[in-house]
Design a protein around this ligand. Structure first.
Ligand SMILES: Nc1ncnc2c1ncn2[C@@H]1O[C@H](COP(=O)(O)OP(=O)(O)OP(=O)(O)O)[C@@H](O)[C@H]1O
Ligand SMILES: [Mg+2]
Length: 313
């Protein structure tokens, strides 16, 4: 669903890359945190996925599209498949909760009937039923963020990016927001959340991708910042050296197709749209396998071990 191959991003008039040779695969239906100190490249990663920035080197595939080759006229279609949530909510201040969410459908040309049906459903999903007529300033920060999430999700995009969505919220409220993103993830939407919020990350036991000054330094399954994490990849593998065996079993080598049921053929390079993602959740953690003819990074895409969660998803 999202694939970074040797991605480097250097902004103009800077010396150090904001992202430095990042290799990464996030499969359909996954929930991944991106963590790292300020300036480590989290927002840059999100902006590259949205094609708000272009890579300096390397390649990014999003929902089957090679972003470098995507003509400008197809960028809106890409962005329709990606809901975005930000730290500062970015609601329209003079529009009600309902109107804020409906607006996202109106700009896509949705019918009134669809808007009348989908907006209330989505507000209910985010826990805001009964608040349709309020203006943003009549809501708490957590409620405003729920509106923003409803707006990002109302057209059921296959991907939801959240850049520090809890940055302005207290810990309890933050946890509620992340649990809401988890609920959205369970509908089949791939969720990527950049955050500094260690407490929330540790509570959720999801994949944790860690950046340090633009370098992807770790990728943990069901991770936290400190102990008890299972490495998803050995660092050597990110640089293409493959002398040693992984410490944990590797999803590609194990002849256990059942563990990868619901593989996402065509996902990263197929032509079919991914708008059908909802409800297609694999029975396991998001699958690893990619088509045999799928493009590979020179140094090798992360080889990942079998999912540790045989979750209820
Ligand atoms: N538009 C830009 N022009 C030049 N440099 C930029 C631009 N945007 C980001 N950078 C630089 O790229 C690096 C990564 O920034 P980025 O915003 O991706 O970090 P971040 O991890 O999101 O940080 P934070 O946690 O503070 O949001 C930083 O050194 C930053 O100064
Ligand atoms: Mg940022």
């Amino acid at each position: 669903m999202i694939l970074f191959e040797n991605v480097t991003k250097t902004y103009p008039r800077t010396t150090r890359p904001a992202l430095d040779d990042v290799n990464l695969e996030i499969a359909r239906g996954e929930f991944a945190f991106v963590v790292g100190t300020s300036g480590s490249g989290k927002s840059t990663m999100m902006q590259l996925v949205m094609k708000e920035q272009d890579v300096t080197r390397g390649r990014i595939l999003v929902a089957g599209r090679d972003l470098d080759r995507l003509p400008e006229r197809k960028v809106p279609a890409l962005r329709r498949e990606i809901g975005c949530v930000f730290q500062d909510f970015r609601l329209l201040p003079n529009k009600t909760v309902f109107q804020n969410v409906a607006y996202a459908l109106q700009v896509l040309g949705s019918s009134r009937a669809r808007i009348r049906q989908t907006v209330p459903e989505t507000l209910e999903l985010v826990g805001l039923e009964g608040m349709e007529k309020r203006l943003p300033h009549q809501l708490s920060g957590g409620e405003q963020q729920r509106v923003a999430i409803a707006r990002a999700f109302v057209n059921r995009p296959p991907i939801l990016l959240a850049d520090e969505p809890t940055g302005n919220l207290d810990p309890d409220t933050s946890l509620g927001i992340v649990q809401l993103l988890d609920r959205i993830n369970r509908t089949g939407t791939t969720v990527v959340m950049a955050t500094h919020d260690t407490v929330t990350v540790n509570a959720m036991r999801k994949r944790v991708i860690r950046l340090d000054r633009g370098v992807l330094i770790s990728d943990m399954e069901a991770g936290d910042y400190t102990t008890g994490s299972i490495p998803r990849v050995r660092l050597e593998e990110t640089s293409g050296r493959s002398s040693a065996e992984p410490e944990v079993s590797d999803g590609f080598d194990d002849a256990d197709p059942a563990a990868y049921a619901g593989d996402h053929h065509g996902d990263d390079h197929g032509d079919e749209p991914d708008g059908d993602a909802a409800g297609e959740q694999s029975a396991t953690m998001a699958p690893i396998g990619r088509d045999a003819d799928a493009p590979r990074a020179k140094g090798g895409i992360f080889r990942r071990h079998k999912a540790v969660q045989t979750s209820d998803r």
